[in-house]
Design a protein. Structure first.
Length: 223
């Protein structure tokens, strides 16, 4: 059995840059381009939903130079993806998180990408930007309070979250064995796979190892 929805915490770009002795921007550029590789792998294995964590709320605390360079790359890659990858892979792209906290020009390009890919229904790419798991839950609670809801169940609460469905498999690269607040509500019964590879070095062979490991597991959902 293969997963239908994979989520990835693509960790290790900065360590990769340090080991390779290359500019951090080069590592980030390679890391962003790597998403297209994973889309290709997902398509090969008929995995129709991919969720990637691109930028956390905590990442805003990094240096202005690093954050500014990352946003510049986001803007550039969004334009390139619209011309090539999104059409090639027939993927619908969605951006989830506190999007209003991102630079206006990046927001505008993101909206354009969403509008021009919304009719693609075969594959979905969710990109989590300005995302934090606790912030997502707080935003959902505040939305409920604002709407006057006094009581809700799990199903109705889930509809208030950025991401409405749950990943079957969560992969984290770089050897770190923690979730860092990634999809705490949605991943409560997800399977986890931790790879020692830094994100830019995470290869198709590593991806297949994660799928093979997942296929051996028996998901009981507490039953």
């Amino acid at each position: 059995m293969l997963p239908k929805h994979i989520a990835i915490i693509p960790d290790g770009n900065r360590r990769w840059a340090a080991r390779k002795k290359v500019p951090l921007a080069q590592a980030y550029s390679k890391g962003i381009d790597h998403i297209a590789d994973v889309l290709k792998w997902c398509k090969k294995h008929k995995i129709n939903t991919l969720t990637m964590w691109g930028f956390s709320t905590e990442n805003f605390m990094r240096s202005k130079k690093e954050v500014g360079e990352l946003f510049r790359l986001f803007s550039q890659k969004l334009s390139e993806g619209l011309k090539h990858d999104y059409k090639k892979y027939k993927v619908r792209v969605r951006f989830l998180g506190r999007i209003s906290e991102l630079p206006k020009d990046v927001q505008e390009k993101m909206k354009k990408v969403e509008n021009e890919t919304e009719k693609n229904d075969k594959y979905t790419l969710n990109l989590l930007l300005a995302y934090g798991g606790r912030q997502e839950i707080l935003d959902a609670v505040n939305a409920a309070v604002s709407s006057g809801v006094k009581k809700f169940d799990e199903e109705s609460f889930s509809k208030l979250l950025y991401l409405k469905d749950s990943p079957d498999l969560v992969i984290r690269t770089s050897g770190e064995i923690r979730t860092s607040g990634f999809l705490p509500w949605q991943s409560s019964y997800s399977e986890y796979y931790f790879s020692k590879k830094l994100w830019p070095d995470f290869a198709y062979s590593d991806f297949k190892k994660a799928l093979k490991d997942y296929s051996r597991r028996r998901r009981k959902y507490g039953k």
